[in-house]
Write a new protein. Structure first.
Length: 480
């Protein structure tokens, strides 16, 4: 007969043994042919925590945009939460007493993933304050750190010629506005007239606009389509549809074909509006500025912790891959080399195991990790007290996250979980989610779920994944 104390210990362990068998509701997706890797576990006080559920936790699967949690962790480890990327205006000569810069004016791209039109205006204002009124040489945009970066995904490669989205932006260390052109569509005063379509960032028509939008009477509805075309080296925004006379102006974003050239055109226009004349031509280059170039103006970007919040909350592929390229030690790195830098960081995590990242964004379908490996990363960041607040803040709570499709499930799932999702539909369906949960007793836990389809599996909606996950996690949260 077993001692009474031993019996009590075995009874305490029984719920964990039962729960460790898996995620019973998520597991049902395997009946439709989906491959699933999942793991959830409590975090212990310095030692491994109890496993609450697992399904093939060491199977290597595509994480899609869950790759961005690796990028965030590696960037925080390398740079720290308060790091800022700096963009500079340099001169090959100093301006004389009359404000003439007898040489080239150079925009040195600093790899800031969130450089905006407002930042360019600040640079121009500071250049004006430095006394510059005329440039006798050229306007040069230097993307010597990286760019143009060779495309390795279908969306980005097709975007060099034509694009109908804002997420597949090409990459450059001198890019502005996330590599996107923006136009504003406003109604004309009279129904039947063409809408008023203008560039968001300039008084001139930047980019060139092909306006096919008609103004309709009040309350008749607004429907717009837009694509960016490139002809003879010039980007054209073609906007079509209708807008009602009482509608608010709408802003439409589409990726540019050459982000460095886009930055050069915008900067040239701003210099002209500020009364700074540039006599020479506008060029882009992959060469670094001359060693003796003079700093004339500079602008610091947002702190890294703010960049990561935007990158992960909105799953911004441009920002993620730009940050990853900043991590690479190789001169003028490729996306794969940027992924190698993140892999090198993850190799040092205890118990991580297999990992392949060809990008920081997760757009590359070749990315592979495991549920157990992702949880090892999440636990590692939890144990970095100087970095964890910035890391977890970049995740979303389902109850109030910016992505509306995650606002579902029980009260416990909505308010006791912070997560990052990942979605791919080609070449196979991917629905991935990873993050932290807090139990009713206040303990922390980590979870990762990777669901991958095959060529023969049906479409998988997010609701089918999240509804099952919320019930499985809810049981863990309530039980502990």
């Amino acid at each position: 007969m077993l001692p009474r104390r031993l019996v009590a210990c075995l009874l305490m362990l029984l719920p964990l043994a039962v729960e460790a068998q898996g995620f019973p509701r998520l597991e049902a997706l395997a009946d439709d042919g989906f491959r699933i890797g999942a793991e959830a576990r409590l975090l212990g006080n310095g030692e491994p925590g109890a496993t609450l559920g697992s399904l093939a936790p060491r199977e290597a699967l595509s994480p899609a945009s869950v790759s961005k949690v690796y990028l965030a962790a590696a960037a925080l480890d390398r740079f720290g939460p308060q790091h800022r990327f700096t963009t500079r205006l340099l001169g090959t000569a100093e301006p004389d007493a009359a404000g003439v810069l007898d040489g080239d004016l150079i925009l040195e791209g600093g790899g800031d993933p969130a450089l905006t039109t407002e930042d360019l205006w600040r640079l121009v204002q500071r250049l004006h304050q430095a006394g510059v009124r005329e440039v006798s040489g050229r306007l040069v945009v230097s993307q010597w750190r990286f760019g143009p970066v060779t495309c390795i995904t279908t969306d980005r490669c097709e975007g060099q010629r034509r694009v109908d989205n804002a997420y597949s932006a090409l990459l450059s260390s001198a890019a502005v506005n996330y590599g996107n052109w923006c136009v504003t569509v406003a109604p004309a005063r009279t129904p039947g007239e063409p809408a008023v379509v203008t560039g968001c960032d300039s008084q001139s028509r930047l980019p060139a606009i092909d306006n096919r939008v008609t103004t309709r009477p009040d309350d008749s509805g607004t429907q717009l389509t837009a694509e960016r075309l490139t002809r003879d080296g010039e980007d054209i925004m073609r906007v079509a549809g209708r807008i009602s006379t009482n509608a608010h102006p709408r802003q439409v974003y589409r990726t540019s074909s050459d982000p460095a050239e886009q930055a050069a055109r915008l900067l040239q226009e701003m210099l002209g509006q500020a009364g700074i004349e540039v006599a020479g031509e506008r060029v882009t280059t992959t060469l670094a500025p001359p060693a003796g170039a003079h700093r004339l103006a500079a602008v610091d970007g947002e702190p890294l912790q703010e960049l990561l919040l935007r990158t992960l909350n909105y799953s911004n592929n441009f920002m993620a891959d730009t940050l990853a390229l900043n991590l690479a030690e190789t001169p003028r790195p490729t996306l794969v080399q940027a992924g190698d830098a993140i892999e090198a960081f993850a190799e040092g995590l205890p118990g991580h195991g297999e990992l392949r990242l060809d990008s920081g964004s997760g757009l590359t379908p070749e990315n592979r990790t495991t549920a157990a490996g992702t949880n090892a990363l999440l636990e590692h960041m939890f144990r970095r007290p100087a970095l964890f607040p910035s890391f977890v803040a970049a995740l979303q709570s389902p109850g109030n996250g910016v992505m509306r499709f995650i606002r579902r499930g029980s009260e416990a799932f909505q308010h006791h979980v912070m997560l990052k999702t990942g979605t791919l539909n080609q070449p196979v369906t991917v629905r991935a989610v990873a993050g932290y949960f807090r139990t009713r007793s206040g303990r922390w836990g980590v979870f990762t779920v990777l669901v991958n389809g095959t060529a023969s599996t049906p479409y998988l909606s997010w609701s089918r994944v999240l509804d099952r996950l919320s019930v499985d996690l809810d049981a863990m949260i309530e039980a502990h």
